[in-house]
Design a protein around this ligand. Structure first.
Ligand SMILES: Cc1cc2nc3c(=O)[nH]c(=O)nc-3n(C[C@H](O)[C@H](O)[C@H](O)COP(=O)(O)OP(=O)(O)OC[C@H]3O[C@@H](n4cnc5c(N)ncnc54)[C@H](O)[C@@H]3O)c2cc1C
Length: 391
């Protein structure tokens, strides 16, 4: 295994994969360490949406929504087999908190930020067609909006980005577990475990893309580096044995107003997610019984007839961890921007990725490379990531 590289990346989730691809495309030598499997962490447990995030407009995250919609358009072009545009429905009842006029403003802004192309169209479903909405409860239903967003297979997308990085010359060591790193004047000495043997590698820069492990991992680096206040928030999905025919549904939980998605997925339905503070080891995250009940409750509230429809059974559930900035208040209102943190402003040796979205992986990788540019030698670029097809 190489004992000296330009960029050493910890983690083959979507961010590690994206940064490896961007660094290799810029002509750098790259080694990725992954402790278990590609997309073993949050990148296989997401809602699988490549989306602008309509609800983030409510918390004023306009920059994030604009960037996400730009990346959505790019992914639809670069990964047509992996990312597909889908029709979403938003039902509005007499007691729904978000009123039709608010949704109309939100969807108009969303369309504007998406550049007003065909993917930005939205409208309402005529009352005469409500019966075709998979048994959606129509009692006190006032309006049903439709718009478009995209769905992917998060694990397959991550694997495609890893393959793209490898095709550009990056090396993947897997399973290989990062053990520790020492920051030197202009390099990093890294220790990792592979084949039950400890290895050393010298890197010009180290990228900590360890997802929910990233905070704890940064604290093992010597000399100590600043780590921002972070919170791990668990999100659970359930899988139901029935596939909606009309598309996706974006619902408001009747209990607390949170956004819940009902999504066709491989012949079944995913319903998610919850947001519950998590304090344990990221490797042990599991859906809790109360989260499964909560999601079943939302589904049965909106689709009372769905339940009787071939009695769809609960097939399973899975949980993943979001990394959010620490703070008070509900996780729902916390920023979903990716935090990129370096050990020093000039010539950083370490860059840590905290939080973020599946959707913005390529843009985040580009920003990471810019932050690291002063620490890396100039090399002839071999590709542009906005032109690399993914399959
Ligand atoms: C419930 C939920 C739903 C979501 N839905 C969406 C969505 O619909 N759309 C969207 O855009 N975003 C969504 N997100 C956000 C998105 O999933 C994450 O931002 C993204 O997957 C994080 O990727 P990552 O590469 O940072 O981390 P991860 O995917 O967790 O990757 C980190 C990797 O590092 C490895 N690692 C850790 N420690 C070590 C070590 N010591 N040595 C070697 N390797 C190590 C792990 O094994 C893991 O593979 C969702 C997140 C959650 C939790």
């Amino acid at each position: 295994m190489t004992d000296s590289v330009d960029v050493l990346v910890i983690g083959a989730g979507i961010h590690g994969a994206g940064i490896a691809q961007a660094a290799a495309a810029a002509g750098h030598s790259v080694l990725v360490l992954e402790q278990s499997a590609i997309a073993a962490g949050s990148s296989s447990r997401s809602s699988k949406l490549i989306h602008g995030g309509l609800r983030y407009l409510e918390s004023g995250q306009v920059r994030l929504v604009r960037e996400s919609l730009h990346e959505r358009a790019l992914m639809l072009r670069l990964a047509p087999e992996l990312v597909r545009l889908q029709k979403f429905h938003i039902p509005v009842y007499r007691l729904t908190r978000r009123r039709p006029w608010q949704l109309r403003i939100g969807l108009s802004l969303y369309a504007l930020l998406a550049g007003l192309d065909h993917s930005a169209h939205f409208g309402t479903v005529p009352r005469s067609q409500w019966d075709a909405l998979d048994g959606l409860d129509t009692h006190e239903l006032e309006q049903v909006f439709w718009y478009h967003d995209a769905q992917t297979d998060d694990a397959l997308l991550t694997a495609a980005v890893v393959r793209s990085a490898q095709a550009l010359g990056a090396t993947l060591a897997m399973p290989a577990r990062f053990l520790g790193a020492r920051l030197e004047a202009a390099a990093v000495q890294v220790r990792y475990l592979q084949d039950e043997r400890e290895h050393e590698c010298r890197a010009r820069v180290l990228v900590n893309a360890a997802g929910p492990w990233a905070g704890a991992l940064a604290r093992t680096i010597t000399p100590a580096v600043a780590v921002p206040a972070l919170q791990l928030v668990q999100g659970t999905h359930i899988m139901i044995d029935y596939q909606p025919q009309a598309g996706f549904y974006y619902l408001e939980s009747p209990r607390d107003g949170r956004a819940i998605f009902v999504m066709p997925w491989k012949g079944h339905t995913l319903v998610g997610t919850t947001e519950v503070r998590y304090r344990g080891d990221p490797a042990d995250v599991q859906p809790a019984a109360h989260e499964v009940h909560y999601l079943e409750g939302v589904l049965h509230h909106y689709f009372p007839r769905w339940r009787g429809h071939a009695s769809p059974a609960l097939l399973g559930s899975f949980a993943g961890l979001r990394v959010l900035p620490g703070g008070e208040g509900h996780a729902f209102h916390r920023s979903r921007e990716t935090m990129l943190s370096t050990d020093r402003a000039r010539q950083p040796r370490l860059l840590s990725v905290y939080g973020g979205k599946l959707t913005t992986w390529r843009a985040v990788a580009g920003r990471a490379l810019q932050l690291l540019a002063a620490s890396l030698p100039r090399r002839p670029a071999i590709a542009r990531t906005d032109q690399l097809m993914l399959a």
